[in-house]
Write a protein that binds this ligand. Structure first.
Ligand code: GRF
Length: 230
């Protein structure tokens, strides 16, 4: 793995790509500021101008850009334009946070070892869309999310960390999605903080994380109130 581009003299720079509400992006921005990482979110970029997360990022003083995929003839042209916008911000890491586009191999290789994704399942189970429905149909007892390096194969790539939640009796897709999102907001900021502190490396295709207790995050049940027990 290439040495990180940043040093103690230079803060780690993240560019975050979103397509929608950007709640994962918000959780990273908040944690970065509240915990004082040696890092900054240099820009938030979307393929959709109606992505509501853009407004929130702008309200926080973060530069935003839109690269509408419909303006380009094909994926190659779109990815080239997207990469130009991203590279203008000189990121150390590009974080995909609900970015709903399949990326070309050239794009992925351009950001080799610097492109990170969050997927709402315990990979390698349930790649692609509809992960919560897939989990309910499969009858699994646990589900969750995975933060991983991006490789040209969709929803594959070396796993950095995972968050696990239970599947409860009577769960709907929506209820399960909400529980998974809760742990996404723990796992993704934590991984971003590891990246900011230079704790993550790839060795022979496997992720090594130094000086952290655990790469697995387990859901903890909300406290049950005494009234409910009575
Ligand atoms: C998350 O569940 C993420 O794992 C998936 O898309 C959703 C994005 O949510 N890739 P948000 O835009 O971060 O709120």
């Amino acid at each position: 793995m290439k040495a990180p581009l940043f040093s103690s003299a230079r803060r780690c720079r993240f560019v975050i790509l979103i397509s929608g509400r950007g709640s994962n992006m918000q959780s990273i921005v908040r944690a970065c500021r509240e915990q004082g990482w040696p890092a900054e979110v240099a820009a938030v970029i979307s393929n959709r101008e109606d992505a509501s997360g853009l407004q929130w990022a702008a309200s926080q003083g973060i530069p935003t850009r839109v690269v509408p995929h419909r303006d380009y003839a094909d994926r190659v042209a779109f990815d080239a334009a997207l990469a130009r916008e991203i590279d203008a911000f000189e990121p150390d890491f590009v974080l995909l946070a609900g970015f709903m586009r399949i990326l070309t191999e050239d794009f992925v290789r351009h950001y080799a070892d610097r492109l990170i994704n969050i997927h709402p399942s315990l990979l390698p189970l349930f790649p692609g869309l509809g992960t919560h429905r897939q989990a309910l149909e499969a009858g699994v007892a646990v589900h969750g999310c995975t933060v991983h390096f991006v490789t040209p194969v969709l929803d594959h790539g070396p796993i950095i960390a995972q968050g696990v939640v239970p599947v409860m009796p009577g769960d709907t897709e929506e209820a399960l999605a909400e529980r998974v999102l809760g742990i996404e907001h723990v796992v993704y900021p934590t991984v971003a903080s590891w990246l900011a502190h230079g704790k993550v490396s790839l060795e022979a295709g496997k992720v090594v994380v130094r000086d952290v207790a655990d790469r697995a995050f387990l859901w903890s049940a909300p406290a049950v109130s005494l009234e409910k027990c009575a």
